[in-house]
Design a binder for this molecule. Structure first.
Ligand code: HEM
Length: 544
């Protein structure tokens, strides 16, 4: 998913470069221009006043180095490249593990060392585990009713995390949902196999949509017992609505909202970017999830109560006494989990397949490992996973090189603080550059090399915000991704199944080393060019 209120810097850079003077003039009425100029003059004055007050009253620590900050606008026009790469370059340029930038009125602090990442995410996470308020966050979360954007100081946030941890991601609940995952994997393998057989042997597969739909189906079945993608389902209209909502969310998460950069302008929605969120996207999400909840409540009524928990929605609706959560909170949570559980997995698997196509020897080594454990007469099952260390190592190495959320989700501190000997202004968004840490030669030997072997024998505790914080794709501390236990099964299971059932190579005429490995940015980091691979079936025909 495009997980949060991302500023799409590429688009913003593009808009900035392409925006002619005429376009700018025609965007606002004369009254709006006078108003904007007035706002500029007043805010410049207030800003200078504020700076002089804060200089004299706050600590003497300096701000971290970073790009030039212009009055009011800050450094936003400097950040036109992929921000995780841009900030990594800035850290290198200044020889500093912390970089500061300002977007409009919002200070950003970006951390590039495992030591300071540990401070932000774990040792002092009570200070830094807030979320940056934003226009997208407010609507996506139905007014901060969800888990992702609710502050960690809120008792309901703790309650929702506990419900997820104890009812969705325990070993026993994950065992209960194993059959659905297996069905979805079989369906995906079967679809690809039919296409391969139809086309003779090898055919060119666009992997991303298939993996995305597979992840979505797995999530929606676990959460509320429905699936929206694939050949054999009959939810035509509902599925179409669901797709539209997901597409709109992805588009909205990548928009610039003036109100985020200049909070005092929020109420005016001068560019009209909030209107669509408020009037179309949020109501559409609300109607969609409200219908699912209403349908389930009716079912419970007809059944004379909840006899047995069929899925997570049943669990949420059967919470008792002080533990109950409102319908709006359930909607927001379901929406979070759908978002959290689909795009990240798709990104990781697409990168893992790309790296294996670029490194055929490693692909072969993984296939041999799976053949030794599973043979060629059946598909990979979850019970095989403990015996596939090389497949797990590939996932870890993929996460090191390509963390799906390279700057993690934005953390925030409402009060002034300090990090690594630098000042952190009140209201700062604090980011950990997991991408840069994963490629730091001071942390990893030969970081540019894709080498899964480096993870053989490494335990999972070292993987999830391990002691040294070298590898933090799932973050750590209070905000650590709650979905990790599911991802730790789903990723190796899907990757293992795909490389066991099929041979993968670059499309005809391309060499493995020529594969385009460029990145694109939302807040999540896809391949810039969706993967197209030459695929052929490699198991016995009677399998499936
Ligand atoms: C490749 C798989 C995944 C990766 C790399 C990943 C990564 C992350 C990251 C970096 C965060 C932000 C942590 C922070 O703010 O410091 C996060 C939060 C979150 N993730 Fe995941 N995630 C994955 C899969 C999942 C799955 C499968 C689910 C649920 C089904 C999920 C649900 C969530 C939720 C609800 C949050 C918000 C937690 C909070 O703010 O308290 N994620 N994830």
């Amino acid at each position: 998913m495009e997980l949060s209120a991302a500023l799409d810097f590429q688009k913003w850079g593009g808009v900035h470069r392409n925006m002619s003077k005429d376009m700018l003039i025609s965007m606002f009425s004369p009254a709006a221009w006078i108003f904007l100029i007035l706002v500029y003059v007043i805010t410049t004055f207030l800003f200078r006043k504020l700076c002089s007050i804060s200089k004299s009253s706050s600590s003497d620590l300096p701000l971290p180095p970073g790009p030039r900050c212009w009055p009011i606008l800050g450094s936003m026009f400097h950040i036109s490249k992929l921000p995780h790469q841009y900030f990594a370059q800035q850290a290198k340029k200044y020889g500093s593990p912390i970089v500061h930038a300002r977007l409009g009125y919002s200070p950003w602090i970006v951390v590039h060392s495992p030591e300071i990442a540990m401070e932000v995410l774990k040792t002092r996470d009570m200070e830094f585990a807030y979320r940056t308020p934003s226009v997208f966050a407010e609507h996506f979360s139905f007014g901060y009713q969800d888990l992702i954007f609710r502050n960690h100081t809120d008792a309901t946030w703790r309650h929702l995390r506990k419900v997820c941890a104890t009812s969705l991601f325990t070993t026993s609940s994950l065992r209960l949902s194993a059959a659905w995952r297996q069905e979805e994997i079989s369906a995906m393998v079967s679809t690809i196999r039919s296409d391969a057989i139809k086309s003779g042997s090898t055919f060119v597969l666009k992997a991303r949509p298939l993996i995305y739909e597979n992840n979505m189906n797995m999530m929606s079945r676990m959460l509320f017992g429905k699936k929206y993608f694939g050949k054999a389902h009959s939810l035509g209209r509902e599925a179409a609505t669901f797709r539209t909502i997901q597409e709109q969310l992805a588009a909205e998460s990548a928009k610039i909202h003036l109100g985020d950069l200049f909070p005092m302008l929020r109420g005016f929605d001068l560019l009209g970017t909030e209107k669509n969120l408020r009037e179309r996207v949020r109501p559409a999400m609300e109607n969609f999830f409200a219908a699912i909840i209403a349908e389930r409540k009716l079912q419970h009524h007809l059944d004379g109560g909840i006899k047995k928990h069929a899925d997570f929605l049943d669990v949420l609706l059967s919470l008792k006494d002080g533990d109950t959560v409102s319908d709006i909170c359930i909607m927001a949570l379901l929406s979070d989990l759908m978002a959290g559980g689909s795009d990240t997995g798709t990104i990781s698997l697409e990168w893992a397949l790309s790296e294996l196509i670029a490194h055929p020897d490693q692909l072969m080594k993984a296939q041999q490992e799976i053949d030794n454990v599973v043979g060629q007469n059946r598909l990979v099952q979850e019970s095989d996973l403990p015996y596939l260390p090389y497949v797990h190592a590939i996932i870890k190495e993929t996460m090191r090189r390509h963390p799906p959320i390279p700057l993690l989700l934005p953390h925030y501190t409402p009060v002034a603080s300090h990090l690594g000997g630098y000042k952190v202004p009140a209201g700062s968004t604090v980011m950990v550059n997991a991408w840069a840490i994963g490629r730091d030669p001071n942390v990893w030997s030969n970081p540019e090399e894709f080498n899964p072997d480096r993870f053989l024998g490494v335990t999972d505790t070292q993987f999830v915000g391990g002691k040294q914080f070298q590898l933090v794709p799932f973050s750590a501390g209070r905000r650590q991704c709650p979905g990790y236990p599911l991802a730790a099964i789903q990723l190796p299971l899907t990757l293992g199944s795909l490389i066991h059932a099929f041979n993968w190579g670059p499309p005809a005429g391309q060499k493995p080393e020529d594969l385009d490995m460029n990145e694109t940015f939302g807040l999540s980091c896809h391949r810039a060019v969706p993967l197209q691979a030459a695929v052929s079936y490699r198991l016995k025909l009677h399998v499936l």
